[in-house]
Design a protein around this ligand. Structure first.
Ligand code: GLN
Ligand code: ZN
Length: 755
């Protein structure tokens, strides 16, 4: 019998119950017992949903109070010394302290999980660290499910992935050298799971889709030679890409099964089947990373060669990866129109798709004729829908010429034209765009959205906020001003709501980190701009001041990266359409008299593919998209861009290719280290290294800012330097913003005097 499997279910709850409970616990409004109870209820509900959907291999230990990598860290007892854990079980408070920090001990680092928008807590290793089984969570959850009559397949983050993601504190420590120290704990867990009755475990080793070092490869061999000997059968899960050159390695490991991602990498199956030996191959056919309904006939055709090669007992049908990355249940989206809804599948729906596909393959199409027919007609309807295809957009994209990607003159000439128009002092000061979104601003927006505040009143309110913000910037003595972004809830959502081809859900939440969830827009069709989106605000702002005002836009790559993107055309084609829409906005801002326009691309780097071999291709189209959006202006209109959360080493050449006149970056926390690569590369255009870390409420003293500025001036020619914070100020309060910006302006003035 062909089995259906699931790799992980979203734990946050259809109504974000877990988020609410965890935050209440943090506030002290909920007891630990009540929190545990909410968690237990959610787990039970999720197991039952999966059973009801007919999933054979149902995961457990995919639940987490914060993060599954942190769970593995707790399991191994790898608690950094500063949290004062003296051995034994890692309790809830130590666990949350590691994730969020305390007054005495800063939180552990957090970073993005592969190429997703999910963030995990980075394991920290130090010399002589001892490991011991410190959490019974995997076994507890297995038993909890068993008591409900559900046999589950526990999920663990694999040892080599855990180590590969870890950071070692100490110059010459290599995390992989800790392998021998953590394997006994893994063996103990597997033993425990076997004793509790687990027949299979799922061990996630997503590093298998990366370029691996020889050391990582041999670590995988060592690890699985050891773990395959104990306890339950191992389903080794790879996802987010192709096994590629690691295919033979993965298929050669002594595990009982291997899961492969056939959504990201449908082509890898042919090469893997002959290597399968007597393994079970889990076919990740249902997209766990995106919200579109599967075309089951196509998936069925994809699965058939595997059935022919391996037989029904040696294949499983599954989503491509854990469903953690998609919203919970489409049924809740009552406001979404029926046509669009017909094209979508969230986690619950993806389970049904998995089951239907399993039956179609095992029992024949006829056994699930109705579901297959429904899937066929949904796929056909989506292909044919007039809402998706816009001939004007396609014709325009086809007509793009190399000239559209080029400014009129090279940067040195533009610099002269802009200097004449802008008339800025050396070390010009500016901000990244947003100013504090105070409780008042958020309250007004909420009231407006609920229909309790009229268009006219809301507009008047926002105008007043903008006016006050500009007066504040003038009083502070900033040189290039911004309007403050009070009209925006979110830098992607705002544009999505104003562009054709986008849709929004009501409950489409996905965990981003800890209790934080995001609700990405859906890009379902060709993108165009029915009307100007920001021009009124920027023109109004410019009308209030003699100083140069910056128009403020989100770039095409960032809009793409932070949305659920249609899967019926290449991502770069969608990105190009967004770029054309932004290009129109840029043109209108220029025509409205804005002398500078900032196009934010904070997500530029995170779009990098997992394999180096794919980087050039991505960087080419991403740079082109930025240039397409920004190149339609005159020489004397200044184009700025902004990037945060980035290492720039790998992408400095691409950043230079973007050819923005000015780029602002985040670098204060690294003490200008991130800036060095711009110096080494001799970055040709202007640059504003953030000299105030806006992620903390702390006000940096003038001397500290001045020191950072002097440091920056050692690396970058002084005439190319701007002075600005690290990022937007929307999460800060006005008092610290005023104090910090006053210091920033004073530091810049000091530099002008000594220069
Ligand atoms: N202009 C945006 C702001 O200031 C940029 C935010 C970002 O880079 N994440 O909020
Ligand atoms: Zn930023």
């Amino acid at each position: 019998m062909i089995q259906s499997a699931n790799l992980g279910f979203p734990r946050i709850g259809a109504r974000r119950e877990l988020k609410k409970a965890v935050e209440a616990y943090w506030r002290g409004d909920l007891t630990a017992e009540a929190l545990e109870e909410t968690a237990r209820d959610l787990r039970a509900r999720h197991w039952q949903v999966q059973r009801k959907a007919g999933i054979d291999a149902i995961p457990c230990n995919d639940f987490s109070f914060y993060d599954q990598v942190l769970d593995a860290t707790a399991m191994l007892g790898a608690v950094p010394a500063r949290f004062g854990h003296s051995g034994g079980a890692v309790g809830l408070d130590t666990y949350f302290a590691m994730a969020r920090g305390t007054d005495e001990a800063p939180a552990m680092e957090m970073t993005k999980w592969f190429d997703t928008n999910y963030h995990f807590i980075v394991p920290e290793l130090s010399d002589g660290m001892r490991f011991a089984l410190s959490s019974s969570k995997p076994v507890d959850e297995f038993i909890e499910a068993k008591r409900l009559g559900i046999a589950t397949r526990p999920v663990l983050i694999g040892p080599v992935t855990w180590l590969s993601l870890a950071k070692a504190r100490g110059a010459d420590l290599d995390p992989l050298d800790f392998l021998h120290a953590i394997l006994p704990v893994y063996a103990q867990v597997l033993d425990g799971l076997g004793a509790a009755g687990a027949e299979w475990v799922q061990i996630d080793e997503p590093v298998l889709v990366l370029d691996l070092s020889d050391k990582q490869r041999s670590a995988l061999q060592t690890a699985y030679a050891a773990l395959a000997r104990v306890g339950p059968k191992i389903m080794l899960a790879s996802y987010f890409g192709s096994l590629g050159d690691n295919g033979a390695l993965a298929m050669g490991l002594p595990v009982a099964g291997v899961h492969v991602d056939l959504v990201r990498a449908p082509g890898q199956l042919d090469a893997l089947l002959p290597l399968a030996g007597d393994k079970v191959v889990s076919l990740g056919l249902i997209d766990g990373r995106n919200v579109w309904r599967a075309d089951l006939s196509r998936k069925l055709a994809q699965a058939k060669p595997a059935l022919a090669a391996l037989g029904p007992d040696r294949i499983e049908i599954a989503p491509s990866c854990s469903l953690l990355h998609v919203p919970v249940d489409l049924e809740q989206e009552e406001a979404l129109d029926e046509e669009l809804k017909g094209w979508l599948a969230f986690a619950v729906q993806k389970l049904s798709e998995t089951r239907t596909l399993t039956r179609a393959l095992g029992e024949g199409r006829a056994a699930v004729a109705a579901q297959m027919a429904e899937s066929d007609s949904a796929a056909a309807a989506r292909r044919a829908s007039t809402r998706i295809h816009d001939a004007t957009v396609l014709a325009r994209a086809d007509a793009i010429t190399p000239d559209d990607l080029k400014r009129t003159s090279p940067y040195p000439e533009r610099r002269k034209a802009q200097a004449a128009r802008l008339n800025l002092p050396p070390f010009p000061t500016t901000t990244i765009g947003s100013f504090p979104q105070t409780a008042e601003v958020r309250k007004a927006r909420a009231a407006y959205r609920r229909g309790e505040m009229s268009d006219v009143d809301y507009d008047a309110f926002l105008k007043e906020e903008t006016r006050a913000c500009i007066a504040e910037q003038e009083a502070l003595g900033l040189d290039m001003l911004v309007h403050g972004e009070f009209e925006r809830n979110d830098m992607v959502e705002y544009f999505g709501e104003n562009l054709a081809g986008f849709a929004f859900t009501k409950f489409g939440w996905v965990q981003s980190y800890g209790s934080r969830c995001v609700k990405p827009p859906l890009i379902y069709g060709d993108v165009s701009r029915p009307a100007p989106m920001t021009v009124d605000w920027s023109a109004y702002a410019q009308s209030l001041t003699e100083r140069p005002m910056k128009g403020m836009l989100t770039g095409p790559v960032t809009i793409l990266q932070w949305s659920f993107v249609r899967d019926d055309q290449p991502r770069e084609a969608t990105c190009r359409q967004i770029a054309l829409a932004i290009r129109d906005e840029v043109a209108d801002l220029e025509a409205a008299g804005l002398p500078a326009i900032q196009i934010d691309e904070p997500a530029f780097r995170e779009g990098l593919p997992l394999r180096h071999a794919d980087w050039t291709d991505y960087l080419n189209w991403a740079v082109d998209a930025f240039r397409l959006s920004s190149s339609g202006v005159r020489d004397d209109t200044q184009i700025q861009t902004h990037m945060c959360y980035s290492e720039f080493n790998d992408i400095i050449a691409a950043i230079a290719e973007m050819d923005a006149d000015v780029i602002s970056i985040e670098t204060s926390r690294s003490n200008m280290e991130l800036l060095e690569v711009f110096g080494q590369f001799k970055y040709p255009n202007e640059i504003g290294p953030g000299i105030w870390d806006i992620h903390s409420p702390r006000v940096p003293p003038e001397a500290e800012i001045a020191a950072l500025l002097r440091k920056a001036a050692e690396v970058i020619p002084a005439e190319h330097l701007w002075v600005n914070p690290d990022c937007g100020l929307k999460t800060r309060g006005w008092p610290e913003v005023k104090a910090s910006l006053a210091n920033l302006v004073a530091a810049a003035r000091g530099m002008r005097q000594t220069a």
